[in-house]
Design a protein around this ligand. Structure first.
Ligand code: NAP
Length: 531
């Protein structure tokens, strides 16, 4: 593999690993290939953690402009990798080149968006309540606050987004923007891609003269490497994208530390789709096609894949089921990004098919070692209500079609849902109004509501919310996508009666950074620039 030799990246250096070895796997054949990577050992994690702890104060003190330059340098470095990166990611994940190119463009965009956020600067939420020594019965203190970085962040990416949710993905970009050093636990499904991208980040850190402990990449296939990283006393927060089991394990580890830390885990989701009666009657077949196409994108390997569609039996439901069945049944199996994903998919299907569930359609089985076979499952709502397994993610191209007897059953089905990243509602005419109570309940279960569309395709923009109540995410107050995701890595800090010239620039009276601030309870815009 060009430019990749299986090293960890620690303290600005490529370091030969000494833990157990593993290789990348070609998902089309199941065969290992490329250099040997190593599980990060306790000593390697200790070294990266100590360097991050040492780097944290000076990296926190860098100017927004310096950090914006860092992010733009990383973005340029990713673009400059050209086809080498695309070839590497495709070889390790079987994702087609076009998808990888698009994902790189998204990753670059994310870095640039955080750089622009730093240019603007107002995200630090500067607040100034000026003192009044003459106030009676007591003088009023001068109180000023803003958001400050938490400290080193451990980042765990998912297998299905080898760029956008990996080494230089959204978690890393937002944490670096906030002023937090980042230690990435590389995903074992794409270790070469991780190293290639990690070298770009390491070079950018060096080029800008930032402390070497600002970034580290630690490879690992054993859960133990990740667990040791979360337990390291220097780590102040964890960003995780992946399965429920992984997210839960890291939340428990973080909570059990002598000093507990937050884990921002973005996990799997069924992304339920409700088809309301008028829409069902008018366009059942078209909706079925739309849902099936969304579920087949990347062979269902999206956290926003539509895993459940529910409706009240009536006009249009036969057309909905028929179109779902014909589209999913006609689709050929396609590769998973790693053999472990296929194994997990088949395990999940076995669990579900052991319940009173009908296999309504199955696509053509694939020959690839890691092929995921599209599947339409069908069950009555009464069964889904009794079986929690039917209300949780089957990661891959499976859709569970749920027929409700009446409105009460649809309501009960929504009430029984756990948290999801999204829910989609198809409605025509007065459907949304007539089912207002059901939609309101749905809102309490998700981070994003979609009307008459599909849940796949997460727009990377300032207003996006990618998160939701447990178990979609560990903390529904935050988003993992969009510029608000920076809020995961900061805390509010307050200065009282502090010497004016020792205050952070964001809180000085003359507003040298020209930020929007709240002054004495009112939002203030910076004065127009002179010239
Ligand atoms: P995964 O198996 O949970 O792996 C994610 C990372 O966590 C890997 O680095 C893994 O490393 C580590 N990990 C998992 N369990 C661990 C444990 N018990 N202790 C320590 N580390 C652990 O997830 P995946 O299979 O790669 O990704 C697919 C899942 O991600 C799906 O459920 C999908 O819905 C979800 N996803 C969610 C989002 C979102 O934004 N919400 C986005 C994309 C994907 P090791 O395996 O080496 O331990």
């Amino acid at each position: 593999m060009n430019g990749v030799d299986g090293r960890h990246l620690i303290g600005g250096r490529a370091v030969a690993g000494s833990g157990d070895g593993f290789q990348a796997v070609d998902p089309t054949t199941g065969q290992p290939f490329g250099p040997v990577f190593h599980d990060a050992t306790a000593a390697e994690i200790e070294s990266a953690g100590a360097l991050a702890a040492a780097a944290a104060p000076s990296f926190a003190a860098t100017s927004p402009a310096q950090r914006a330059r860092l992010l733009r340098t990383i973005a340029d470095g990713l673009s400059a990798l050209g086809d080498a990166l695309v070839t590497m990611v495709s070889a390790e994940t079987a994702l087609p080149a076009v998808r990888v190119q698009n994902e790189r463009a998204r990753t670059v965009l994310q870095l640039q968006q955080f750089a622009a956020l730093l240019d603007d600067g107002s995200w630090v939420d500067a607040r100034i309540d000026r003192g009044d020594p003459a106030r009676q019965p007591q003088p009023k203190p001068d109180v000023r606050s803003m958001l400050v970085p938490l400290g080193p962040v451990a980042v765990f990416g998912a297998s299905n987004f080898p760029l956008a949710y990996s080494v230089a993905g959204g978690d890393t970009a937002s944490a670096l923007a906030a002023g937090c050093p980042v230690l990435v636990k590389g995903h074992p499904a794409h270790p070469g891609s991780s190293e290639l991208v990690g070298r770009v980040v390491m070079a950018a850190v060096a080029a800008l003269g930032l402390p070497a402990g600002t970034f580290a990449l630690l490879h690992g296939r054993s859960h133990e490497s990740g667990a040791m990283l979360v337990r390291h006393p220097a780590i102040a927060a964890v960003g995780f994208t992946g399965s429920h089991q992984g997210g839960r394990a890291l939340c428990d580890l973080a909570a059990a530390r002598p000093q507990p830390i937050p884990v921002f885990a973005e996990m799997g989701s069924m992304n339920p789709v409700l088809v309301l009666p008028r829409a069902l009657a008018a366009r059942g077949a078209a909706i079925g096609e739309q849902i099936a196409a969304s579920a087949l994108l990347a062979m269902g390997q999206f956290c926003t894949s539509p895993g459940m569609v529910a409706w009240i039996e009536g006009a249009g439901d036969a057309a909905l089921v028929a179109s779902l069945a014909s589209k999913l049944g006609a689709a050929a199996a396609g590769p998973s990004v790693h053999p472990s994903i296929r194994a997990g998919y088949e395990r999940a299907l076995q669990q579900v098919e052991a319940l009173p569930v009908e296999v309504a359609a199955r696509g053509a089985p694939g020959t690839a070692a890691t092929a995921l076979c599209p599947t339409l499952l069908a069950a009555r709502a009464s069964v889904v209500l009794q079986q929690p397994r039917l209300r949780s993610e089957i990661y891959g191209p499976a859709v569970l079609a749920v027929r409700c007897r009446d409105r009460g059953e649809l309501s009960a089905l929504v009430a029984a849902q756990g948290g999801h990243l999204t829910a989609t509602v198809h409605g025509d005419g007065d459907d949304f109004g007539a089912f207002g109570d059901v939609v309101a309940m749905l809102q309490s279960k998700v981070g994003r509501l979609i009307a008459n569309g599909v849940p796949t395709g997460v727009e990377v923009c300032a207003a996006m919310v990618h998160g939701g109540p447990w178990p979609a995410a560990s903390d529904a107050r935050f988003s993992a996508v969009g510029t608000t995701s920076i809020r995961r890595w900061v805390r509010p800090m307050c200065w009282q009666d502090w010497p004016r010239d020792a205050l952070p620039l964001a809180l000085r009276d003359d507003n040298p950074l020209r930020l929007r601030r709240m002054v004495d309870g009112r939002h203030e815009l910076p004065a127009p620039a002179a010239n």
